[in-house]
Design a protein around this ligand. Structure first.
Ligand SMILES: [Zn+2]
Length: 232
Protein backbone atom coordinates (compact mmCIF):
# COMPACT_ATOMS: atom_id res chain seq x y z
CA UNK A 1 0.00 0.00 0.00
CA UNK A 2 2.81 2.34 0.99
CA UNK A 3 4.53 1.56 -2.28
CA UNK A 4 1.37 2.25 -4.25
CA UNK A 5 1.01 5.63 -2.57
CA UNK A 6 4.59 6.57 -3.40
CA UNK A 7 4.01 5.43 -6.96
CA UNK A 8 0.91 7.58 -7.26
CA UNK A 9 2.79 10.54 -5.83
CA UNK A 10 5.50 10.18 -8.45
CA UNK A 11 2.86 9.92 -11.13
CA UNK A 12 0.80 12.91 -10.15
CA UNK A 13 3.23 15.41 -8.74
CA UNK A 14 4.83 17.71 -11.25
CA UNK A 15 8.42 16.60 -11.51
CA UNK A 16 10.84 19.21 -12.65
CA UNK A 17 14.52 18.64 -13.16
CA UNK A 18 16.72 21.63 -13.95
CA UNK A 19 13.51 23.43 -14.79
CA UNK A 20 12.28 20.83 -17.31
CA UNK A 21 9.03 18.88 -17.02
CA UNK A 22 8.77 15.08 -17.34
CA UNK A 23 7.47 15.45 -20.86
CA UNK A 24 10.32 17.70 -21.91
CA UNK A 25 12.89 15.38 -20.31
CA UNK A 26 11.42 12.38 -22.15
CA UNK A 27 11.65 14.04 -25.52
CA UNK A 28 15.18 15.16 -24.79
CA UNK A 29 16.12 11.57 -23.86
CA UNK A 30 17.74 12.54 -20.62
CA UNK A 31 20.31 10.01 -19.40
CA UNK A 32 20.80 9.60 -15.65
CA UNK A 33 23.64 7.09 -15.14
CA UNK A 34 25.27 3.74 -15.88
CA UNK A 35 22.95 1.55 -13.82
CA UNK A 36 19.37 0.99 -14.91
CA UNK A 37 17.39 2.71 -12.14
CA UNK A 38 15.66 -0.12 -10.24
CA UNK A 39 14.18 -0.58 -6.79
CA UNK A 40 16.11 -2.74 -4.31
CA UNK A 41 13.16 -5.14 -4.03
CA UNK A 42 12.81 -5.57 -7.82
CA UNK A 43 13.19 -9.35 -7.73
CA UNK A 44 11.30 -10.23 -4.56
CA UNK A 45 8.28 -10.89 -6.75
CA UNK A 46 8.39 -13.95 -9.06
CA UNK A 47 8.12 -13.65 -12.84
CA UNK A 48 4.76 -15.42 -12.69
CA UNK A 49 3.37 -12.90 -10.20
CA UNK A 50 4.71 -10.02 -12.31
CA UNK A 51 3.01 -11.34 -15.43
CA UNK A 52 -0.27 -11.78 -13.55
CA UNK A 53 -0.13 -8.18 -12.27
CA UNK A 54 0.94 -6.65 -15.58
CA UNK A 55 -1.84 -8.48 -17.44
CA UNK A 56 -4.41 -7.00 -15.02
CA UNK A 57 -2.98 -3.50 -15.30
CA UNK A 58 -2.69 -3.65 -19.07
CA UNK A 59 -6.30 -4.83 -19.32
CA UNK A 60 -7.16 -1.72 -17.32
CA UNK A 61 -5.30 0.56 -19.75
CA UNK A 62 -7.16 -1.03 -22.66
CA UNK A 63 -10.44 -0.72 -20.80
CA UNK A 64 -9.81 2.96 -20.00
CA UNK A 65 -9.25 3.56 -23.70
CA UNK A 66 -12.64 1.99 -24.33
CA UNK A 67 -11.46 -1.20 -26.02
CA UNK A 68 -13.82 -4.16 -25.80
CA UNK A 69 -11.92 -6.83 -23.88
CA UNK A 70 -14.55 -9.46 -24.67
CA UNK A 71 -13.63 -9.26 -28.36
CA UNK A 72 -11.91 -12.46 -29.51
CA UNK A 73 -8.98 -10.57 -31.01
CA UNK A 74 -8.36 -8.41 -27.91
CA UNK A 75 -9.11 -10.67 -24.97
CA UNK A 76 -5.74 -12.42 -25.00
CA UNK A 77 -3.76 -9.19 -25.40
CA UNK A 78 -3.17 -8.37 -21.70
CA UNK A 79 -1.66 -11.83 -21.11
CA UNK A 80 0.37 -11.67 -24.33
CA UNK A 81 1.79 -8.24 -23.41
CA UNK A 82 2.65 -9.37 -19.86
CA UNK A 83 4.45 -12.48 -21.13
CA UNK A 84 6.28 -10.46 -23.78
CA UNK A 85 7.43 -7.86 -21.23
CA UNK A 86 8.81 -10.34 -18.69
CA UNK A 87 10.03 -13.21 -20.89
CA UNK A 88 11.19 -11.29 -23.94
CA UNK A 89 11.60 -7.56 -24.44
CA UNK A 90 12.41 -6.66 -20.80
CA UNK A 91 14.02 -9.95 -19.77
CA UNK A 92 17.39 -8.18 -19.49
CA UNK A 93 16.24 -6.41 -16.32
CA UNK A 94 16.67 -9.66 -14.42
CA UNK A 95 20.32 -10.45 -13.58
CA UNK A 96 19.36 -14.15 -13.61
CA UNK A 97 19.11 -13.85 -17.41
CA UNK A 98 22.59 -12.44 -17.84
CA UNK A 99 24.61 -14.58 -20.28
CA UNK A 100 27.36 -16.59 -18.62
CA UNK A 101 30.59 -15.74 -20.36
CA UNK A 102 33.02 -18.59 -20.93
CA UNK A 103 36.51 -17.36 -21.68
CA UNK A 104 39.20 -19.22 -23.61
CA UNK A 105 42.94 -18.83 -23.72
CA UNK A 106 44.11 -16.74 -26.62
CA UNK A 107 46.01 -19.68 -28.09
CA UNK A 108 46.22 -18.17 -31.59
CA UNK A 109 48.26 -15.35 -30.06
CA UNK A 110 46.08 -12.95 -32.03
CA UNK A 111 46.93 -9.56 -30.54
CA UNK A 112 45.22 -7.12 -32.88
CA UNK A 113 41.73 -5.76 -32.47
CA UNK A 114 38.84 -8.15 -32.95
CA UNK A 115 35.72 -6.49 -34.34
CA UNK A 116 32.25 -7.99 -34.25
CA UNK A 117 30.13 -5.67 -36.34
CA UNK A 118 26.49 -5.22 -37.36
CA UNK A 119 24.96 -6.94 -34.33
CA UNK A 120 21.26 -6.21 -34.83
CA UNK A 121 19.31 -5.48 -31.66
CA UNK A 122 15.84 -4.38 -30.63
CA UNK A 123 15.45 -2.34 -27.50
CA UNK A 124 12.84 0.03 -26.08
CA UNK A 125 13.14 3.69 -25.18
CA UNK A 126 12.57 4.06 -21.42
CA UNK A 127 10.85 7.42 -21.89
CA UNK A 128 8.15 6.27 -24.30
CA UNK A 129 8.28 2.42 -24.28
CA UNK A 130 8.52 2.27 -28.06
CA UNK A 131 11.26 0.44 -30.00
CA UNK A 132 14.86 1.42 -30.56
CA UNK A 133 16.18 -0.60 -33.50
CA UNK A 134 19.85 -0.61 -34.26
CA UNK A 135 23.20 -2.18 -34.85
CA UNK A 136 26.02 -2.52 -32.36
CA UNK A 137 29.67 -2.84 -33.29
CA UNK A 138 32.06 -4.19 -30.69
CA UNK A 139 35.83 -4.34 -30.64
CA UNK A 140 38.40 -5.49 -28.13
CA UNK A 141 42.04 -6.41 -27.87
CA UNK A 142 42.68 -9.59 -25.91
CA UNK A 143 44.52 -9.35 -22.60
CA UNK A 144 45.22 -13.09 -22.82
CA UNK A 145 41.65 -14.36 -22.86
CA UNK A 146 39.13 -14.46 -25.68
CA UNK A 147 35.36 -14.81 -25.63
CA UNK A 148 33.09 -16.81 -27.98
CA UNK A 149 31.79 -14.57 -30.77
CA UNK A 150 28.16 -15.44 -30.11
CA UNK A 151 28.69 -14.30 -26.50
CA UNK A 152 29.39 -10.78 -27.72
CA UNK A 153 26.06 -10.89 -29.49
CA UNK A 154 24.30 -12.27 -26.39
CA UNK A 155 25.73 -9.52 -24.17
CA UNK A 156 24.34 -6.88 -26.55
CA UNK A 157 20.90 -8.58 -26.56
CA UNK A 158 20.84 -8.87 -22.76
CA UNK A 159 21.37 -5.14 -22.16
CA UNK A 160 19.08 -4.22 -25.09
CA UNK A 161 16.21 -6.11 -23.46
CA UNK A 162 15.56 -3.39 -20.92
CA UNK A 163 13.82 -0.05 -21.05
CA UNK A 164 16.84 1.86 -22.31
CA UNK A 165 18.57 5.08 -23.24
CA UNK A 166 21.11 4.61 -26.00
CA UNK A 167 23.99 6.19 -24.06
CA UNK A 168 23.40 3.81 -21.14
CA UNK A 169 23.08 0.79 -23.43
CA UNK A 170 26.46 1.68 -24.96
CA UNK A 171 28.13 2.12 -21.58
CA UNK A 172 26.56 -0.96 -19.99
CA UNK A 173 27.83 -3.18 -22.82
CA UNK A 174 31.28 -1.57 -22.54
CA UNK A 175 31.41 -1.98 -18.74
CA UNK A 176 30.44 -5.66 -19.01
CA UNK A 177 33.08 -6.36 -21.67
CA UNK A 178 35.73 -4.46 -19.71
CA UNK A 179 34.98 -6.62 -16.69
CA UNK A 180 34.71 -10.06 -18.26
CA UNK A 181 37.56 -9.62 -20.73
CA UNK A 182 39.69 -8.04 -18.01
CA UNK A 183 40.91 -5.27 -20.30
CA UNK A 184 40.23 -1.57 -20.79
CA UNK A 185 40.84 -2.01 -24.52
CA UNK A 186 37.19 -2.20 -25.48
CA UNK A 187 35.14 -0.18 -27.97
CA UNK A 188 31.39 -0.10 -28.52
CA UNK A 189 29.60 1.85 -31.24
CA UNK A 190 25.83 1.88 -31.55
CA UNK A 191 23.90 3.22 -34.51
CA UNK A 192 20.17 3.17 -33.86
CA UNK A 193 16.81 4.49 -34.89
CA UNK A 194 14.37 5.57 -32.18
CA UNK A 195 10.71 5.07 -33.01
CA UNK A 196 9.79 7.75 -30.50
CA UNK A 197 11.58 10.18 -32.81
CA UNK A 198 10.46 8.73 -36.14
CA UNK A 199 6.87 7.68 -35.49
CA UNK A 200 5.77 10.40 -33.06
CA UNK A 201 6.97 13.70 -31.59
CA UNK A 202 9.23 15.34 -34.17
CA UNK A 203 8.41 12.53 -36.69
CA UNK A 204 11.83 12.46 -38.32
CA UNK A 205 12.10 9.19 -40.19
CA UNK A 206 15.62 9.62 -41.54
CA UNK A 207 17.73 10.53 -38.52
CA UNK A 208 19.75 7.97 -36.57
CA UNK A 209 21.63 8.26 -33.31
CA UNK A 210 25.24 7.15 -33.00
CA UNK A 211 26.94 6.66 -29.63
CA UNK A 212 30.37 5.31 -28.84
CA UNK A 213 32.62 4.16 -26.04
CA UNK A 214 36.39 4.03 -26.60
CA UNK A 215 38.32 2.53 -23.69
CA UNK A 216 42.07 2.04 -23.17
CA UNK A 217 44.11 2.10 -26.40
CA UNK A 218 40.92 2.64 -28.40
CA UNK A 219 40.79 6.17 -27.08
CA UNK A 220 43.49 7.33 -29.50
CA UNK A 221 42.98 8.90 -32.96
CA UNK A 222 44.94 6.06 -34.65
CA UNK A 223 42.91 3.24 -33.13
CA UNK A 224 39.64 5.04 -33.77
CA UNK A 225 40.63 5.47 -37.44
CA UNK A 226 41.64 1.80 -37.66
CA UNK A 227 38.34 0.73 -36.13
CA UNK A 228 36.36 3.00 -38.47
CA UNK A 229 38.14 1.25 -41.35
CA UNK A 230 36.89 -2.15 -40.16
CA UNK A 231 33.37 -0.78 -39.99
CA UNK A 232 33.25 0.49 -43.58
ZN1 LIG B 1 11.82 8.02 -26.44
Amino acid sequence: MKHQETMLNTLTKENRLNGFSDEEIGDEHFYSGLETPMRADAFKVSDEEKKYKIAGLFAEIMDVMGLDLTDDSLKGTPNRVAKMYIDEIFSGLNPANKPKAALFDNKYQYNQMLVEKNITFYSNCEHHFVPIIGKAHIAYISSGKVIGLSKLNRIVQYFAKRPQVQERLTNQIAAELTEILDTKDVAVIIDAKHLCVSSRGIKDDTSATVTSFYGGVFNTPNKIAELQNYLK
